[in-house]
Design a protein around this ligand. Structure first.
Ligand code: PEP
Ligand code: MG
Length: 319
């Protein structure tokens, strides 16, 4: 099936004074493209490829099958950005074809061989996916970006970049910041790749030692927590110092007020489920960058998520 971006009603994401913040869509499969295009997404900021693998069942989808799905996504945004995340398996996303010892058999799967670590332990799975991405992008003008999940330090970022080069992939490479260690040493990690993308769902889980699947700990998933905002700020400042981009693709980006705060913290793009795009675009357009920066400072000066939300809300409602 062929989807294509059409010039919609929705303009590009920007603050009231014209500071550009591309608004991108999170997708899990090509079937999510029509909603993203309809909502005026400027590209895909997070393609969670694990659904392709989960739906394939016992065996890894072939390079051909993967390439067909990736190409469908790339063709939908011929002028735009498409950020594909390599397989993020393990923990909450176990996969049958990953060898025993990687996944639910581990005592603490969320702290185990998951995400990029599982791919580095099974390099043929990663190499097949990277070759499928190279095949899908061949001959297309789109700007393909490929990122790795759950990167903890520079060595993991280097291993990912090395695997991409070995597979002959021509793409901008990035890593997700989902582990506090990567945020704390973001400048070091950025020596290996071109961009960061903050996965605030996992970053919250690992910052507060609170399993994101445990309902009793749900308050720790609140992305307004000042400690999480501090880690976002550190990452964005590091990226700015290196002249590189730092997006957010976790749930945080889908909250219109928080999207303004993230912009004020220096985040350079926001990726979210398609349904959130219109309200985030409208809220961002209602405030200047300076107002977003004041709201971010007020949120970071707060003691907890509730106070941060109120403080930022007070700044932004006056603007
Ligand atoms: C995240 O952790 O914030 C993220 C975007 O990745 P996922 O929700 O797929 O783990
Ligand atoms: Mg994650």
């Amino acid at each position: 099936e062929r989807h294509a971006a059409s010039p919609g009603e929705a303009g590009p994401g920007a603050t009231a004074d014209g500071h550009r913040v591309p608004l991108l869509a999170n997708i899990g499969r090509p079937a999510d493209l029509p909603a993203a295009l309809e909502a005026g997404a400027e590209g895909v900021g997070l393609f969670r490829t694990e659904f392709l693998f989960l739906e394939a069942g016992e065996r890894m989808p072939s390079q051909e099958a993967q390439a067909a799905a990736y190409r469908e996504v790339l063709q939908a945004f011929p002028e735009g950005r498409v950020v594909v995340r390599v397989l993020d398996a393990g923990a909450d996303k176990p996969l049958a074809f990953l060898r025993p010892g990687q996944g639910p058999q581990e005592p603490n799967p969320a702290l185990g061989v998951r995400g990029l670590r599982a791919l580095l332990a099974q390099p043929e799975v990663l190499a097949t996916q990277l070759r499928a991405l190279a095949q899908a992008a061949a001959g297309l003008p789109v700007s393909l970006e490929v990122m790795a999940p759950m990167v903890a330090d520079r060595a993991e970022a280097r291993a990912f970049a090395g695997a991409c080069r070995a597979a002959g992939l021509q793409a901008r490479l990035g890593v997700m910041v989902e582990v506090p260690g990567a945020a704390l040493r973001a400048r070091s990690v950025l020596q290996e790749v071109e961009f960061l993308s903050l996965g605030t769902n996992d970053l919250a889980q690992y910052t507060f030692a609170a399993d994101r699947q445990v309902g009793a700990l749900a308050r720790f998933q609140d992305p307004w927590q000042p400690a999480l905002l501090d880690l976002v700020a550190l990452s964005a400042e590091a990226a700015k110092a290196e002249g590189k981009g730092c997006g957010v693709c976790g749930e945080a980006a889908a909250d219109p007020l928080l999207a303004c705060v993230l912009t004020g913290l220096g985040v350079t793009s926001l990726s979210m489920g398609a349904t959130a795009l219109a309200s985030v675009r409208a809220e961002l357009a209602a405030h200047t960058l300076a107002e977003c920066e004041r709201a971010a400072a007020a949120a970071r000066a707060s003691d907890d998520a509730e106070a941060a939300r109120e403080a930022a809300g007070a700044v932004l409602s006056g603007s």
